[in-house]
Design a binder for this molecule. Structure first.
Ligand code: ZN
Length: 208
């Protein structure tokens, strides 16, 4: 889709889609946004949070970044932590949903040489996936690279959920039962979503 298609689409939005949702938008202005869920997903254009959750305006507070990573509280990456703090302490969401996905370029890039200066920030950002990569390199017995990446996408998401607990405000709310952290893996090819069940240490398909 080119930029002229995008502009055409935005005209159609103003002429039709906006009008279909007008009351909802006005209500969200008059009464403010009160999303219950912070969705942390990948920037990948194939992962569309509102589409895969059948939700709309006001439903999800969304953070998207390369790899759906969560920097630990004491690591200096301000953008994602700022949005996390706002969602948790200002909006008081009751759920944080980390959504990993299949064919994730960030996860694959953990195995690529990114020493060129034009990837300086990418390289530093991807260090947030390093711990999970180390575990997979030590333990994974996959026969194909695709399978290995698939497992790493899931393991990384679990590590990102652990990073959330390094935020004092999150830890406190989770321990008080006011906030829940959930981990999903979305498969682009078949549209299936699995959720991590820590009781059995496995990803289980979400019931259709
Ligand atoms: Zn991705």
């Amino acid at each position: 889709m080119s930029i002229s298609d995008i502009i055409k689409g935005s005209k159609e939005f103003q002429n039709q889609t906006y009008l279909d949702h007008k009351e909802n938008f006005i209500d969200l202005i008059d009464n403010g946004q009160k999303p219950k869920v912070l969705f942390i997903g990948c920037s990948d254009s194939r992962v569309v949070p509102n589409l895969i959750t059948n939700s709309g305006p006001g439903d999800l507070f969304i953070i998207r970044n390369i790899g759906n990573f969560v920097p630990p509280h004491d690591v200096d990456f301000p953008s994602t932590p700022a949005a996390i703090e706002y969602a948790v302490s200002a909006l008081e969401v009751d759920t944080i949903l980390i959504c990993a996905h299949s064919q994730c370029g960030a996860i694959r890039s953990l195995y690529q040489d990114l020493d060129a200066p034009e990837f300086k920030h990418v390289k530093r950002w991807l260090s947030l996936g390093q711990k999970a990569k180390n575990i997979i390199d030590l333990t994974d017995k996959s026969e194909t690279l695709d399978e290995k990446f698939h497992n790493l996408e899931k393991v990384s998401a679990i590590f990102q959920a652990e990073n959330l607990l390094t935020y004092p405000s999150i830890k406190e709310r989770v321990e008080a039962g006011k906030l829940e952290i959930r981990v999903w893996h979305y498969s682009i090819r078949d549209g299936k979503i699995e959720e991590y069940d820590k009781n059995v240490a496995q990803f289980i398909p979400l019931e259709k």
